[in-house]
Design a protein. Structure first.
Lengths: 279, 270
């Protein structure tokens, strides 16, 4: 039996209750499980960022309930416990670092928890090691690249010993190299620490390696499954403004032109399939 | 343009002064400012100059650096001298041109005021040059911590300072970006009279304020996510008084004693 980390029950969220057209999330229900890497996909305005903020009580549902590690986010007494377990990383790396030195920023969370100094130091060392930023610990954040800043932000959440990491489009403002750095760091955390990752994104290529993909449109959940299952529905995806990953598109085009290639999701798989088709 | 300002900046290096405890540096800087006003005759003034130069050299910073930051003071110093020469009418005249005479008291006063201003700037620049903003904020927080008993929230105040320091470079980058963007659309910041120039800055500062408020709101979310409540925080950084601080304290004490002795031994000029 898989442990439930996050659970949405008939969640509706409206930014302005007097104007129902500002409803961002409608009657959403799903559960996310321990150790899974889940991608939430959707185009702009699909409500995916709102879902991220509902996960750790930054926003509270207008109706329905969100439960994190068995705790209702609407109960104020649960807030700190939930936020310690569900860490969050935002889109703009510049707007989430608090301190003027990398290691001080990572220490910010543990300091807020009122931990003794030795414990904070141990957590900072460990968190920086996990994201590969140890050598930058004395640097100033504004001199780092976007990918490095996001890794510092992830380290900040890890130093709280978070068990679940919710990332709201963490790579949207990064160059391709920064994007890769962040993705590698996330997969490493899932692999080595068994951290539950919830990645909100509009990059199809990031969803390919996930365990599970949720697709949102107009505040509703419209697809839920493994990447292979979800990307099999290319027509439905393009109807809601999402494209299938490039390697899959190429494979399908080739198949239409008579080359026997199965559906693939990554460039490596495509190369392998291509090789197999001709040998 | 904004990047050229060296007052208040931090220049990392390995030196005696850099390695001192920030609290000790802050307190000794305040002490030096007081001592500057204790000097009553030329001997103690000379001692003050010598001591200040010695302290500056022990920081291993380039002499050119401090000269650069003193340069903008030149008009102020010249103005001080002119004012003294015009308005001080005591002592013996040393130079007479027609009806106007320059008195020796005016020259002495000018010398004292100029030296005091220069020493004040050197000493306070030295504090920021050798202490990272983070350390300085920490020092202020710890030194003000007795105020907690008066229900003053020192921790929140220090957090505000840290955030301000953290966002200065970010906002400077933003100003650069906005300036380029407005220039690309034909904005002209360099010509016209004062009012036109001030007006031309509006298209930079309005977007700057809008984005600063957005940043603040996002930062607040990020801080909430990391359990910030402003209460019950502990501190990761340690501050320790070391042998250097003891040596510096002793040096300033001996120097202060010396200044007082010189004041007593020789007649005051002021």
């Amino acid at each position: 039996m898989k442990n439930e980390v996050l659970r949405f029950d008939n969640v509706t969220f409206c930014y302005d209750t007097e104007r129902p057209e500002h409803t961002a999330v409608r009657d959403l229900s799903f559960s996310l499980y321990e150790g899974e890497f889940t991608c939430i996909l959707g185009h702009n305005g699909s409500g995916k960022s709102t879902v991220a903020k509902l996960c750790n009580a930054l926003l509270l549902p207008t109706s329905g309930t969100v439960t994190a590690y068995g705790l209702d986010t609407a109960v104020e007494a649960n807030e700190n416990e939930i936020r310690r377990n569900v860490g969050m990383v935002f889109q703009n790396p510049d707007n989430q670092l608090v301190a003027t030195i990398v290691e001080d920023d990572v220490a910010f969370g543990p300091e807020n928890l009122g931990l003794p100094r030795e414990e904070i130091a141990a957590r900072v060392d460990e968190a920086l090691r996990l994201v590969g930023m140890t050598e930058f610990r004395k640097h100033e954040p504004h001199r780092l690249s976007g990918g490095q800043k996001q890794r510092v932000a992830i380290a900040g959440a890890l130093a709280m010993q978070t068990r679940c990491l919710v990332l709201d489009e963490p790579t949207a403002m990064l160059d391709p190299q920064g994007r890769q750095e962040v993705m590698e760091a996330l997969f490493k955390l899932k692999r080595e620490l068994g951290i539950t990752v919830v990645l909100v994104t509009h990059f199809m290529s990031e969803a390919v390696a996930a365990d599970r993909v949720l697709v949102m449109n107009d505040g509703k959940l419209c697809m839920d499954g493994t990447p292979r299952e979800v990307f099999a529905h290319s027509e439905e995806l393009s109807a809601i403004g999402l494209a299938v990953p490039k390697p899959l598109e190429i494979a399908r085009t080739l198949r239409q032109n008579g080359i026997p290639i199965d559906d693939v999701l990554t460039a490596d798989e495509l190369a392998q399939a291509f090789y197999n088709a001709f040998t | 343009m904004i990047r050229d300002i060296s007052i208040g900046r931090y220049f990392p290096a390995k030196s005696f002064v850099h390695a001192m405890d920030a609290r000790a540096k802050l307190l000794l800087t305040l002490a030096m400012i007081v001592v500057t006003f204790l000097c009553k005759n030329l001997y103690s003034l000379a001692a003050l100059c010598a001591f200040t130069i010695l302290v500056y050299l022990s920081s291993r910073l380039k002499p050119l650096l401090i000269l650069k930051s003193l340069k903008p003071l030149l008009p102020l110093l010249i103005l001080t001298v002119i004012m003294q020469v015009i308005f001080t009418k005591t002592g013996t005249p040393v130079l007479t041109v027609g009806k106007f005479s320059v008195y020796d008291d005016a020259l002495i006063m000018s010398l004292f005021v100029c030296v005091r201003i220069l020493v004040l700037i050197v000493v306070s620049s030295l504090l920021t040059y050798t202490t990272s903003p983070t350390r300085l904020t920490d020092a202020i927080e710890r030194l003000l911590s007795p105020l907690k008993h008066l229900k003053i929230d020192v921790g929140t105040f220090a957090m505000m300072m840290t955030i301000a320091l953290r966002f200065i470079p970010t906002l400077i980058d933003e100003i650069d970006r906005l300036t380029s963007a407005q220039k690309a659309r034909g904005a002209d910041f360099e010509s016209g009279n004062l009012i036109q120039r001030v007006k031309s800055l509006f298209p930079i500062f309005i977007p700057l304020f809008v984005s600063a408020i957005q940043r603040a709101s996002e930062l607040a979310d990020a801080m909430i996510c990391r359990c910030y409540t402003g209460e019950g925080r502990t501190s990761y950084r340690v501050m320790k008084f070391g042998w250097r601080d003891a040596v510096a304290l002793l040096a300033v004490a001996v120097f202060t004693g010396g200044v007082i002795t010189l004041n007593v031994l020789f007649a005051p000029l002021l």
